[in-house]
Design a protein around this ligand. Structure first.
Ligand SMILES: [Zn+2]
Length: 188
């Protein structure tokens, strides 16, 4: 997938010393998203995760979702619960074991740096360094995940994702004969 300037511009930090608020860093051959953009993607997804966790369970609802593919089946799903599961499962899959421990303590269990550094035996500087690295790593994955990323949230939570793959009617050969109609009974 490609990152566009119009997308990164909205996510970049205005006082970022690396991209100066543009959100893209120009490499030798390509442009890549700045770390401030990746962190903002993660933080947006994390805010939604916390919102889903704190939400009253009676407020969650089922929604009709389209299954991409040729059969275009539909299924009922609970998007909030699916999102929370995806958020944690993707983090578990993508992070190194030590990173996931920090992610678990800090982002899932809500421990601050003092408790994390004591429990994980890392100093404050290394703790925040790892937090930044986790945010950047997951921010990129959440955006670039195929076929559907967790970000942008409106696309994830949309139940009409199937529109990304337009329906093509199967080609049928033109009939070489006229259809046969049953003879009509003549009126007596
Ligand atoms: Zn930046």
């Amino acid at each position: 997938m490609e990152w566009t300037r119009s997308e990164t511009l909205a996510l970049a930090s205005a006082d970022c010393a690396t991209c100066h608020g543009l959100g893209l860093v120009i490499g030798k051959r390509t442009e890549s998203p700045c770390n401030c953009v990746l962190r903002e993607v993660f933080r947006t997804c994390y805010r939604r995760f916390r919102y889903c966790v704190a939400k009253e369970k009676s407020m969650t609802k089922t929604s009709l979702q389209f299954t991409p593919g040729t059969d275009r089946r539909r299924a009922w799903g609970r998007k909030d619960e699916e999102y929370m599961a995806d958020f944690v499962l993707v983090a578990r899959r993508e992070l190194a074991p030590k990173e996931y421990r920090v992610f678990n303590y800090h982002f899932l269990l809500g421990a601050g740096w003092a408790l994390c550094s004591k429990k994980l035996e890392i100093d404050r500087g290394n703790f925040y360094h790892m937090i930044y690295r986790i945010e950047q790593k997951l921010g990129r994955v959440f955006r670039e995940l195929e076929p559907y990323g967790l970000f942008p949230l409106e696309e994830y939570f949309s139940s009409t994702v199937e529109t990304a793959r337009p329906f093509v009617a199967p080609q049928t050969a033109a009939p070489d004969r006229l259809p046969v109609h049953p003879p009509l009974r003549r009126a007596a």
